[in-house]
Design a protein around this ligand. Structure first.
Ligand code: NDP
Ligand code: 2IT
Length: 448
């Protein structure tokens, strides 16, 4: 074995022995480590300083209990987390997820991905992530408010505009950020640089709601153009019907593509005429109802239970925008069989390791999450800039910067792919381009 292989093997063994149960964290880290082999070969100084050993260990993990009272008067207790993973290039930055599946492995995988994603944006933000195993589904507004207030009562001890700036993720949108901000302000006074994704009346940025979904399509557009192809008239499958899915749907339609599916964790809608954006927005953003309702409102649509990735149709582009590991090897085989040419990930780690192998074996061009969905956190960083200078920029200004950032991310990943002769492996390209900036900053700052 070469020095690089021995080093990587040792690192993986240590991760497994330290945290044997953290399968999602291991999956995210091992994928990155494997793709960094050529960089480690070229730069022995990264091995000498054990930069990867440092990078896979969070700077700080905070876990706390969140007691709250439901509408019936019962006392409920959830678990809260914040992983402050890496501050080499800026304050910890990353979302909060409220979902019953949240545990330390999930928060650590998301936090680790966030380090390299945030680096790719070119903006000065480190990596962090947090959340709770609280399930917002079926809760009243007052229950959500009481939960958010209790969660922030503890979290506020550990965050700050130059230290750690949380935002939304699954189950945390504008309503939750509002309640979290209100409680932070009550305890500390007004400091609107403390969270991003805020309402426009109290320090939020125009285009933050749209940013992840729009950014995904800007990235995809750059990728497709580089293959001398176009999004016009392409047939697209989207999974999810949340914040990322809705704005990916909108921008894909604006680019002339036809999106034929959306989904939630119960089932999916197939509408061969093309999904109607206004109907999805009404169901998900106004009524907060299930996606099944779509088929009651639009007669050409069909609703099916199960995963949208089990539906076989002829289409060109797959955009997973729901959750981690929604596509396994078997589902990826079907994607390949259906003739898909491009996959770009709106969700974090939606494709498992076998799925990614299937994409590569079938020459499907693959835009990995940390590049493709970086638009959300990029506009969060622009929100932080606006908060610092106490100004609000126009929609066109923020959206224009977002377009430039997504093009730049594509260019960087494609440049790394070329430099290391990876053969259109944009996953490795993104890992390498994201890693090198953080690694250089860590090297410069010494053993801390
Ligand atoms: P939302 O909570 O707005 O929507 C999540 C969507 O995914 C819902 O349709 C939800 O269905 C579905 N979903 C969630 N969990 C599962 C599951 N276990 N199985 C099947 N479907 C599921 O979240 P977002 O749109 O914000 O986030 C979606 C993805 O994008 C996540 O991976 C997130 O980490 C990632 N992301 C989000 C960013 C942001 O700015 N919001 C930025 C970058 C990435 P249901 O209602 O049934 O739960
Ligand atoms: O996964 C992500 O990049 C997010 N959920 C957005 C994080 C942020 O700080 O805006």
């Amino acid at each position: 074995m070469t020095d690089v292989e021995t080093y990587i093997k040792g690192l993986k063994e240590k991760i497994i022995s330290r945290d044997p149960d953290q399968s999602e964290f291991q999956e995210a880290v091992f994928t990155v480590i494997d793709s960094l082999k050529p960089v480690l070969k070229k730069h022995p100084e990264y091995i000498k300083a054990n930069i990867l050993g440092l990078m896979v260990e969070p700077e700080r993990v905070i876990q706390f209990r969140v007691p709250w009272q439901d509408d019936k008067g019962n006392f409920q207790i959830n678990r809260g987390f914040r992983v402050q993973f890496n501050s080499a290039i800026g304050p910890y930055k990353g979302g909060l997820r409220f979902h019953p599946s949240v545990n330390l492995s999930i928060v650590k995988f998301l936090g680790f991905e966030q380090i390299l994603k945030n680096s790719l944006t070119g903006l000065p933000i480190g990596g962090g992530k947090g959340g709770s195993d609280f399930d917002p589904k079926g809760k009243s507004d007052l229950e959500i408010m009481r939960f958010c207030q209790s969660f922030m009562t503890e979290l506020q001890k550990h965050i700050g505009p130059d230290l750690d700036v949380p935002a939304g993720d699954i189950g945390v949108g504008g309503r939750e950020i509002g309640y979290l901000y209100g409680q932070y302000k009550r305890l500390n006074g007004s400091q609107n640089g403390i969270l991003t994704g805020k309402g426009l009346q109290y320090g939020g940025s125009l285009a933050r709601i749209e940013a992840t979904g729009f950014g995904l399509i800007y990235y995809l557009d750059a990728l497709v153009k580089d293959q001398n192809d176009t999004l016009k008239n392409k047939v697209v499958k989207i999974s999810g019907a949340g914040n990322v899915a809705i704005y990916a749907l909108q921008k894909a339609q604006e680019k002339g593509a036809k999106v034929v599916t959306v989904s939630d964790s119960n089932g999916y809608i197939y509408d061969s005429n093309g999904i109607d954006l206004a109907t999805v927005k009404q169901i998900k953003e106004v009524e907060r109802a299930r996606i099944k309702e779509y088929a009651d409102k639009i007669k050409t649509a069909q609703y099916f239970e199960g995963s949208v990735w089990d539906l076989s149709i002829d289409y060109d582009i797959a955009l997973p925008c729901a959750t981690q590991n929604e596509i396994d090897g078997k589902k990826a085989q079907l994607i390949a069989k259906d003739g898909v040419k491009y996959i770009a990930e709106g969700a974090n780690m939606p494709s498992n390791t076998e799925a990614i192998k299937v994409y590569k074996d079938n020459q499907i061009i693959y835009g990995p999450a940390k590049a493709a969905n970086a638009g959300g956190v990029a506009v969060s960083a622009l929100e932080m800039s606006q908060n610092s200078e106490r100004l609000s920029w126009s929609f066109e200004d923020v959206d224009g910067q977002l377009q430039d950032i997504m093009q730049d991310i594509y260019d960087k990943t494609a440049a790394a792919d070329k430099e290391y002769d990876l053969g259109k492996d944009f996953q490795a390209g993104a890992n390498i381009a994201g890693f090198e900036k953080v690694a250089k900053a860590m090297l410069a700052q010494g053993l801390v």
